[in-house]
Design a protein. Structure first.
Lengths: 108, 589
């Protein structure tokens, strides 16, 4: 799953997502599965996921200011957004990705 | 836990005696008896702006520069550029150290509003970053400044706490000596209770303002497995880093030298049993304004420099130039010693800093200059910048420090009013070994100076008051006049001495006169005797003449009578011629 890029056949990729994990832990596997599911449901054909394993590429943690693991970074569309955790709270993930308005979630 | 687990075997298990990691910070290593606990995290906490980051950075910079221990700084608040700019004023060139891979600064930025939390997480990313940074330069030291920013950036405090616990464990397992800073909280050492996790060594920084003067203090709250200084120690942020003022000796163990040093004034030496002060002793010179305290110290310094000893003169009232000029007026040229590098002046207004800061500075300068003589003129100036209790303990530290270094210290104090022994003096007098008191003696419309030794530990000293004269050849001591009128000085003494002299002269004249008189009398009597004798001789002579005349007369008579008889016997017969004839003649007539 290292640096695995998921590409749909669609030519336009509006969503560029990067998932930072540290090793193939249960949590990182869960996070990836959750992300995949949410993307398929809401962004089918419009997204690309890049998984970064920090144990293999520790220097990459600095660039996106990664502390917590797993961290999902929405590189595109701008602005950059970060969602930390195993992404099991789908509602929060959708809010974090701006796929659902913040006001409805009761605010942050 | 996973990543740290495999490193656990590296941890130092048996710590027979706790290894220390020297910080290189002035004074801190002395208080911590060698440094921070090696391979363990140390918590440095305090309010905003009290120097936590600076202490941490100095720990890293000195480690990298002086101990060849590279360091990593995880900065949660400031960027590398900001940090570099902040410490550049202390002469730390972070850029150069970073370029030489002796230092690595990783700025960790957390913006809560940009982070959505959706499910469980841990802070493995932080561990990865720190681990990577440490490995890339082979770091031995770590600064986390300030890890509490995490609490502001992340919501799940339970996770955060367990992760922090893991972080400090990880640091220990990696054998990294770490400084972790934390902001002071209400009633707790840190706002988020970091002291729960870091229990090996906790240093508290504090600052408070008294009389508009800022004083910074440092205290080691705890140090597991090691003894340490327990007091609050003042510290100073100087041009080359932090400077902590340690208590130099908790016990009175300093050597007592038998060597004596001249006071620079022969007559004063004489008062001190002919030899002067003990080397390494602390001497207090107290007196009211203008009694010549500084002049006395100048003599001492002059004599010491002439012997080739180094001196430091701390002046809190006059500039160096002013002292040099003024001392020239009493015939002491201090400038030549300055030029020779034997004498160093350090002049500052007492109000510039708090008392502690002055003492920290004094410490620093003494460490640098390594003098054998130190003058603090006046030490009272320091008293103004602190409460008396504090002052006393600070001076005690100073005196201890000087004694430990076998530095002879001359401290002057300014007393006010007529009572020479002021409260503050009493406070510090027990700390000093010798106490010289200069006092005004007012009489006959003049103010004159008197000097006496109030105490001199271990020296048989004079108990007498001497008059203290400032001449153009320096200080001179005179015997004061003690007469029926009491103690006389100045012109009163001179007058009295003159009067005494004329009295003595009069008495002498009287004596001469009496002698002369006696002589004359003797001569007169002698003359009388001579006259009488002469008279006697005359009388005798007359008497002799008389007798001779009488004899002559009688002889003549008898001769006449004989002739008469002869003539008669011629007529009667020769038988009647003698005696019978005169009888007969007489009988008949």
């Amino acid at each position: 799953m290292k640096a695995a890029s998921e590409r749909n056949g669609e030519p336009t990729v509006n969503w560029e997502l990067r998932l930072y994990v540290a090793g193939q832990t249960a949590k990182s596997l869960l996070a990836f599965a959750n992300l995949k599911r949410i993307c398929e449901e809401h962004l089918a054909g419009e997204y690309r996921i890049e998984v970064v394993d920090l144990l293999k590429n520790p220097q990459l943690a600095k660039g996106d200011q990664i502390l917590a693991v797993p961290t999902l970074v929405r590189k595109l569309p701008e602005p950059v957004r970060k969602i930390i955790g195993d992404l099991s709270n789908t509602e929060r993930v959708l809010v974090g990705l701006d796929l659902r308005p913040r006001s409805l979630t009761g605010g942050v | 836990m996973r990543s740290s687990g495999k490193r656990r075997h590296d941890s130092e298990v048996a710590l027979v005696s706790l290894p220390k990691c020297p910080t290189g910070i002035h004074g801190l290593d002395e208080i911590a008896l060698g440094g921070l606990p090696r391979g363990r995290p140390t918590l440095v906490c305090g309010a905003a702006g009290c120097g936590k980051t600076l202490l941490g950075m100095e720990f890293l910079v000195r480690g990298a520069r002086d101990f060849d221990e590279p360091g990593v700084c995880l900065s949660f608040e400031e960027t590398a550029e900001e940090l570099a700019a902040n410490v550049a004023s202390l002469g730390f060139d972070l850029g150069a150290l970073i370029a030489r891979k002796k230092l690595l600064i990783d700025h960790i930025y957390l913006e809560r509003s940009l982070i959505e939390e959706a499910g469980e997480y841990n802070l493995e990313g932080l561990f990865v970053r720190l681990g990577h940074a440490v490995d890339s330069i082979g770091a031995k030291r770590v600064l986390l400044d300030s890890v509490e920013a995490l609490f502001a950036g992340l919501q799940d405090e339970a996770v955060l706490r367990s992760e922090l616990r893991r972080l400090f464990r990880w640091l220990k397992d990696r054998g990294l000596t770490a400084v972790v800073t934390g902001e002071r909280g209400q009633g707790t050492l840190t706002r988020h209770g970091l002291e729960e996790y870091i229990s090996d060594c906790v240093i508290l920084l504090d600052h408070h303002i008294t009389d508009t003067v800022l004083t910074r203090r440092l205290r080691i709250v705890k140090y597991r497995g090691s003894t340490h200084g327990t007091n609050e120690y003042p510290f100073l942020i100087e041009t080359d880093g932090l400077s902590v003022l340690p208590v130099t000796s908790a016990e009175l163990t300093h050597d007592a030298s038998n060597e004596r040093v001249s006071t620079g004034v022969p007559a004063l030496d004489a008062m001190f049993g002919g030899k002067g002060y003990f080397r390494g002793s602390s001497v207090l010179v107290s007196g009211t304004a203008g009694t010549g305290k500084t002049s006395l110290t100048a003599h001492f310094v002059d004599a010491a420099c002439a012997r080739g000893e180094r001196c430091v003169f701390f002046s809190f009232e006059e500039s160096a130039d002013q002292i040099v000029r003024n001392m020239r007026s009493i015939g002491i040229d201090l400038q030549r010693w300055v030029d020779k590098g034997l004498l160093r002046f350090q002049a500052a207004r007492p109000t510039t800093f708090g008392l502690e800061m002055h003492l920290v500075k004094i410490h620093r300068i003494i460490q640098e200059a390594d003098p054998s003589i130190v003058v603090v003129d006046p030490v009272t100036a320091l008293l103004q910048s602190g409460a008396i209790d504090e002052t006393r303990s600070m001076l005690l530290r100073l005196v201890d420090f000087l004694k430990e270094k076998q530095i002879t210290a001359l401290m002057t104090t300014l007393t006010s009013g007529t009572d020479a022994r002021e409260q503050t003096e009493v406070q510090i007098s027990s700390l000093v070994d010798a106490w010289l008191l200069l006092r005004d003696i007012e009489s006959g419309g003049e103010r004159n100076r008197g000097i006496y030794i109030l105490k001199a530990r271990g020296i048989a000293h004079s108990n007498q008051i001497r008059e203290f004269l400032l001449t153009d050849r320096g200080v001179e001591l005179r015997e004061v006049y003690l007469g029926e009128a009491g103690l006389l000085t100045g012109s009163a003494r001179v007058t009295q001495e003159a009067k005494d002299a004329s009295d003595a002269q009069l008495a002498q004249l009287e004596l001469e006169r009496k002698k002369l008189l006696l002589e004359r009398k003797r001569k007169a009597l002698e003359a009388q005797i001579a006259a009488v004798q002469l008279e006697l001789e005359t009388e005798e002579q007359e008497a002799r003449q008389l007798v001779a005349q009488e004899e002559l007369k009688r002889n003549k008579l008898e001769q006449d009578r004989g002739e008469m008889a002869r003539s008669r016997s011629v007529r009667r017969g020769p038988s009647e011629s003698n005696g019978g004839s005169s009888k007969t003649r007489g009988g008949r007539k």
